[in-house]
Structures are given as C-alpha cells and as structure tokens.
Design a protein around this ligand. Structure first.
Ligand SMILES: [Mg+2]
Length: 391
C-alpha cells in the first residue's frame, strides 16, 4: 500500500504538522482483516505500538478505506495530535461522508488510545478520567427467530449462571414497517419475559427501526405496563422527528443513535431531545475521541450514554473503558449473549477473553491500554496490509 492522499481537486496535499504534533511520529499503520473483523496496529517512529479495531462486518472493505483515506492523513503526525487528526480527516475527505470512513477512522483512533495507555502504563479508562473496575452488564439478545418461551428460558439460564439482573429482548422486526417477525410475537414476548424473570429484573426492548410512531407508541405502552425501562430505536432511525414524537408520548426512556456517525445529526438529535438515552457505537462513530464528544454533548443536555456494542470483538472492551470514565454513563453495558451459532467468528480473537462475567458484571483491569492481546493464530490467518510514512 502506498500512503499518498488523493483529493478530488487533483492536488495531492501532504498531511500537515501543527502545534499539536508533539510526541513520536506515527510511522506505520497495519491492518489485519477478514470480511468480518479488522484490527489495526499503529507503530510510532520509536517502535512503540498500539492496537485498535475498525468496525466489524465488511472489515476487509473498511481496511481498504483505512489505507486509502485515513492512513495518509495520519502518517508522519505526532501521536499527541490524535484529536486534531481525527477532526481533520472528515474535512479532508469531505467528499466521502458516511459510515465506511468512520469505521476506518475508528481503527486509527482506538489504536492510538492503546498506544497512549501502553506508554503511560495505565488502562485507557484512566486516561479518559475514569478508573479500572467492574461494570454492570445487561444480557443482550440479538435474535428474533426465537420463540418467547425459548428466549425466557435462556435468559433464566444466563441469570442463574452469570448473575445478570438486566436483559434486552427484540420486538418488531428490523426496519419492519409495523410487520412483526411473526404475528403476535411482540405481544407475547413482552409479558413472557417479565413473568419469567420476575418483578425486579431490569428489562429492555429493541425495535431496530421497526415501527411507525403510532405502532411504536402502542408497543411502548405495552412495555410501560410491564415495567420495562428502555425502549430502543422504535422508529426508522434516520427520521429523528418520528423518534422524537414517540419520546414525547411515552414515559419509558427511549434510546437510540447506534447507527449515527454524523456529529451534525447528533447535535440535532440532542437539541430536539429525540431520545432520552444516547447510544453511540464507538466503531460506527469513528472512535473514542468522537464518542466522547457525543457523550459530553448529551451529558450537557442531561441525557445519559449507554453505548451500542453488539458483539464480543474489541468494541465491547472499548465501551467498558469508556463507560468507566463517562460523565453521565447509562446504567449498564450492552453485552451480547450470542454464541458460536450466531457469531461463529468471535471466539478465537484474543489470547485471553476480556469478557469474563461475575455477578452480572465485567471488569476493566489495570493492564495498560486496552489490556488485551490479539491471538497470533488469528492474525496469521488474516489479510495483511501496510502503510508507511516516508523516511
Ligand atoms: Mg439496537
């Protein structure tokens, strides 16, 4: 891979160095990707390294975007300029707005935070102003192809085995236009989970853009009647006004934002109070630096942040560190409960899993950086690409 930035005007500007460019220069950026997962290794001129991740799914395409549209603007920059570089890249690449650029940018950002943590000998959570320690998790179901009684049975098993006291189930259908996964599933699963898990369990429901506002309000009332405390993505997420209408109508906390990568959209979402709880996804949004901006924006409006983290790649670990540091963190971490049948790719990623659950809680250790090591066997089987700064 070359590291030459292209621009739509035909000029080929070089990444500039400004007052923020202190610290060792970024000398090499490498990706290790499959179509599902992609890791990033950042190396500075002194040989120090950090590991991060681009977002899951189409991670091989994202790695191409990384080397073409992210790495050229970062190579040669001082590591202390991360925040400036993260702000500059969307401007330099403003002809290419969208999720791929942000999924790729997240790889740079999260690798740089690991670099900083390793250099300081401290967990990223501490660098962000928080501490190592444990964090309450909710058991997050990703499935709709599961009958209410089967979902209740596996949630009970998870409660008894791991001590979870909070659970999220799926209602409606993804972008379902009011048509349920099968007729009556939503009406059946909501009371079934409450009956099975008892009055004290914290229950959450996710509609994945499934409903029109009238149907969302109807389902929301059903959730309220069963004492649910979080109603996620009730309406088509790109129509903020629809979600805002539902939020105004209901008492239950409406949550959303996982797909939104655009900071302007976030500003509008917070200003109109479209949701009660913001849910940025660190890897869809472009990394820790940009997620902190959203979380602070939300906290300024009194809205807590319960980030989206839907699988057990590094994204949930990043979220754990962030939540240990957020000014107004939500009540729990999203922790996927799906196993190899749903996520056959996530079990061999790390030398040691950072997701051990005790009493319904996971733990941010005081190991430097993200505190995790990618499995060498996994890396050896991935597709490798490299961008390097000019000598
Ligand atoms: Mg969701």
């Amino acid at each position: 891979m070359t590291a030459t930035p292209y621009s739509a005007s035909g000029a080929m500007p070089k990444a500039g160095r400004g007052a923020a460019d202190t610290g060792p220069r970024i000398a090499r950026l490498e990706t290790f990707a499959t179509p599902l997962v992609g890791f990033v290794r950042l190396t500075t001129e002194d040989g120090a390294q950090g590991w991060g991740q681009v977002s899951t799914y189409n991670a091989d395409i994202t790695a191409q975007v990384f080397h073409r549209q992210v790495a050229p603007w970062a190579l040669g920059r001082g590591i202390d300029a991360l925040e400036a570089v993260v702000a500059e890249i969307p401007e330099r690449e403003h002809k290419y707005p969208g999720t791929y650029l942000m999924r790729a940018l997240a790889g740079l950002d999260t690798a740089a935070w690991d670099w900083r943590g390793r250099r300081a000998g401290r967990p990223v959570a501490e660098l962000l102003g928080g501490t190592a320690g444990d964090i309450r998790a909710y058991a997050s179901s990703m499935r709709r192809d599961i009958a209410p009684e089967d979902e209740a049975a596996r949630m009970l098993q998870l409660r008894d085995r791991h001590g979870f006291d909070a659970f999220k189930l799926r209602v409606g259908a993804q972008c379902g236009n009011d048509i349920d996964e099968w007729p009556g599933r939503t009406e059946a699963i909501v009371p079934a989970l409450r009956r099975a898990l008892g009055p004290d369990a914290a229950l959450l429901a996710d509609a994945n853009s499934g409903f029109s506002p009238p149907r969302a309000i109807e389902v929301g009332r059903m959730l309220e009647a069963e004492g649910f405390e979080h109603f996620e993505e009730p309406c088509r997420y790109w129509r903020l006004e629809e979600t805002a209408e539902v939020t105004r109508a209901l008492g239950i906390d409406v949550a959303g934002g996982e797909q939104d990568w655009d900071l302007g959209t976030w500003e509008r979402m917070v200003a109109m109070r479209a949701v009660d709880i913001v849910q940025p996804d660190i890897l869809y949004l472009g990394g820790i630096t940009r997620t902190l901006q959203v979380a602070r924006m939300a906290a300024g409006a009194g809205l807590p942040c319960t980030p989206h983290a839907a699988n057990l790649s590094m994204v949930t670990l990043f979220t754990m560190h962030l939540m240990r540091a957020l000014p107004l963190a939500g009540r729990y971490l999203e922790l996927s409960i799906e196993g190899p049948d749903y996520y056959p790719w996530q079990d061999d990623l790390f030398v040691e899993s950072p997701y051990r659950i005790t009493d319904g809680r996971v733990r941010v250790t005081d190991a430097p950086g993200w505190g995790v090591e990618i499995a060498p066997e996994w890396l050896s089987k991935s597709t490798y690409l490299k961008s390097e700064a000019d000598a």
